[in-house]
Design a protein around this ligand. Structure first.
Ligand SMILES: [Fe+2]
Length: 381
């Protein structure tokens, strides 16, 4: 079976090894004549990025790049990106990279047409309707990791550099017009990033699956996403050149992001403040806090997790699933505690205040109170 396909759910997805070669065609098809490729500093000099610029240039689209993007992209990165977009007279964005490049690229395309500050478009109520929708530039997304799923999402996470809080900025037009999922782009990912991003995909599926909201479509996608991670993440981690494993992890990542329209939960509520304050890797942070959150949620999710365990071929119901998570973590070299990521106990109160107002907290199956958040942080650190 060849793992190459064109999907139109939730957007046009061009899936398969080598399909980055179609980049210029897809840019042109959505009306770009002078795209700006947005990625992070680390990726900018790498061969996969230079190759993408070569493809754009060979088609007469230029080779403009903006790469002043931090691992947790912030409003200053965004402002600089929008300036580069406007100064360069660009008409579209190639959002290229892991979560940072994708999220910032999407936000640049969005903000290029806005006059209000970005925080006016936080994912609250119908705030997105404040946007000038016609001014939003088209986006072609090219993920180079398999975790965030931002390539199929309608939001970006931007850190407020003054308050050190992560804000979700939402608009339906954040959804890229075309996404190219080329697993060959993920082959060079260091093992630690394969592990961290893969665990982010798993956390998306797990939290969406456990969220109490009614969304049976997402529920099904989340379950199969977890199965793909179980089968293919250890393989991709052991052998980064295993294209079948890389491809299936790319699917799992996209599925996780589609599924979490149903909601996320306390794994992300705890992880966001940690990332905003300590600049830790998002997926790795999720992986560390996952077992304590599972224990905390157990009363509400026991039956549901037992059903997932059965589907995933695990014996022992909730306990079997829990043991599997511990085993997966150790197989992938995930540390047991947040202290190993440089997180101290001195800011637990502050992080707990942030966690309970995080937009993901409302999707947790057990109410995340301030006391509970403090207790969970103490356990995790
Ligand atoms: Fe995430």
């Amino acid at each position: 079976m060849s793992i190459t396909a064109n999907w139109s759910y939730p957007t046009a997805i061009k899936f398969g090894a080598g399909r980055i070669s179609e980049l210029a065609d897809h840019c042109t098809a959505v009306g770009m004549k002078k795209p700006l490729l947005v990625t992070d500093r680390g990726l900018a000099p790498m061969a996969i990025t230079q190759n993408a610029l070569d493809i754009m240039e060979a088609a007469g689209l230029g080779r403009a790049i903006f790469a002043e993007v931090d691992p947790n992209p912030n409003d200053k990165n965004l402002e600089a990106g929008v300036k580069a977009f406007r100064d360069g007279g660009h008409d579209g964005v190639v959002a290229f990279g892991g979560g940072s490049g994708l999220d910032l690229g999407k936000a640049v395309a969005f903000m290029a047409g806005q006059t209000r500050p970005v925080w006016d478009f936080e994912d609250i109520g119908d705030w997105w309707t404040r946007a000038n929708s016609d001014g939003i530039a088209p986006i072609v997304a090219v993920p180079t990791t398999a975790g965030t799923g931002s390539e199929v999402g309608r939001a970006s996470v931007i850190t407020n550099s003054e308050t050190h809080t992560k804000k979700v900025i939402f608009h339906p037009k954040f959804l890229p017009s075309v996404t190219i999922c080329d697993p060959e782009l993920t082959v060079g990912m260091p093992r630690v990033i394969t592990a961290g991003t893969g665990m982010d995909a798993f956390a998306h599926c797990l939290e969406a699956y456990c969220s109490p909201f009614y969304h049976p479509m997402s529920q099904g996608i989340a379950l199969e996403g977890m199965r793909l991670v179980k089968e293919f993440l250890p393989r991709a981690y052991r052998d980064g050149t295993d294209i079948e494993a890389r491809a299936n992890m790319m699917s799992a990542a996209a599925m996780g992001a589609v599924a979490f329209q149903k909601g996320l939960g306390a794994i992300h509520s705890l992880s966001h403040p940690v990332g905003a304050i300590y600049n830790t890797h998002h997926g790795m942070t999720n992986a560390v806090v996952m077992p304590p959150v599972l224990r905390f949620n157990r009363p509400a999710i026991e039956g549901r997790i037992a059903a997932a365990a059965a589907y995933l071929g695990m014996a022992g119901g909730f306990d079997g699933f829990y043991d599997y998570v511990l085993q997966l973590r150790s197989e992938l070299g995930v540390p047991d505690k947040l202290s190993a990521l440089g997180v101290g106990t001195d800011r637990i109160d502050e992080m707990s205040e942030m966690a309970i107002v995080d937009p993901t907290a409302g999707g947790n199956p057990v109410e995340l109170t301030l006391e509970a958040a403090k207790r969970l942080f103490a356990e995790c650190i």
